[in-house]
Design a protein around this ligand. Structure first.
Ligand code: E4P
Length: 218
């Protein structure tokens, strides 16, 4: 399972990278705005900055909603850096753009996916990644994890290459559940990754080991 961090914050990306288990980064226009990154030049520079911190894939989202606009934007993003994956929304024009980029060998991440049907369409169009937003489904009392298992079943039935990128992860249990269900990738906040290492028995056990060592070696 690949671990992506879902942020445009360079400090958090550096912290996650330092842990040694980071495989990539996902961003979106809201996350960029949260960091105060505005203006085309700054936005593009920020993507390059992220690419220099991590070795893996970096999703950069288009803001156009028409085919021609998405193609123009996506091609410019892909040219920025070899690690860039063009993030395309799951809308009709987006499906056409996914197919276009797939035919050109440009990698894509189909975002804002909330149903198995949308995920099937993204795979048919040749998306590299599909991003089901499980947290946002949970927010409206719909089982986000169920969507991950539905997509896994469909993709396995037909051996689609599209990778399931479990997105909108809110906490550590989401990560574990997605791993059990066979999601290829998770993207979430740093806290969802760091939560994986926590266990009180580890802390208690370590304190005891160190205390016992100190008794015999001081
Ligand atoms: C995915 O690529 C999105 O950026 C993200 O996971 C959305 O998460 P949110 O629902 O917490 O905003």
């Amino acid at each position: 399972m690949k671990f992506f961090i879902d942020t445009a914050n360079l400090e958090q990306i550096k912290e996650a990278e330092a842990l040694g288990v980071l495989d990539g980064v996902t961003t979106n226009p809201s996350l960029m705005a949260k960091e105060g990154i505005t203006g085309q030049e700054n936005i593009l520079k920020h993507y390059v900055d992220i690419c220099t911190i991590v070795e893996g894939d970096v999703s950069a989202e288009v803001v156009s909603t028409d085919f021609d606009g998405m193609v123009k934007e996506g091609e410019a993003l892909a040219k920025l850096h070899e690690q860039i994956v063009v993030k395309i929304p799951m809308i009709k024009e987006g499906v056409k753009a996914l197919k276009y980029f797939s035919d050109k060998g440009i990698r894509t991440n189909c975002t804002l996916v909330f149903s198995a049907g949308q995920a099937l369409l993204a795979a048919k169009a040749g998306a590299t990644y599909v991003s089901p937003f499980l947290g946002r489904l949970d927010d409206i009392s719909t089982d986000g994890l169920n969507l991950i298992s539905e997509i896994r079943l469909i993709y396995d039935n037909y051996a689609f290459d599209t990778q399931i990128l479990a997105a909108s992860i809110r906490h550590t249990m989401h990560v574990i559940d997605c791993a059990k269900l066979g999601a290829d990738v998770m993207t979430g906040p740093l806290s969802s990754i760091e939560g994986l290492l926590k266990h009180p028995l580890t802390d208690i056990g370590l304190a005891k080991f160190l205390a016992d060592y100190k008794k015999g070696n001081s």
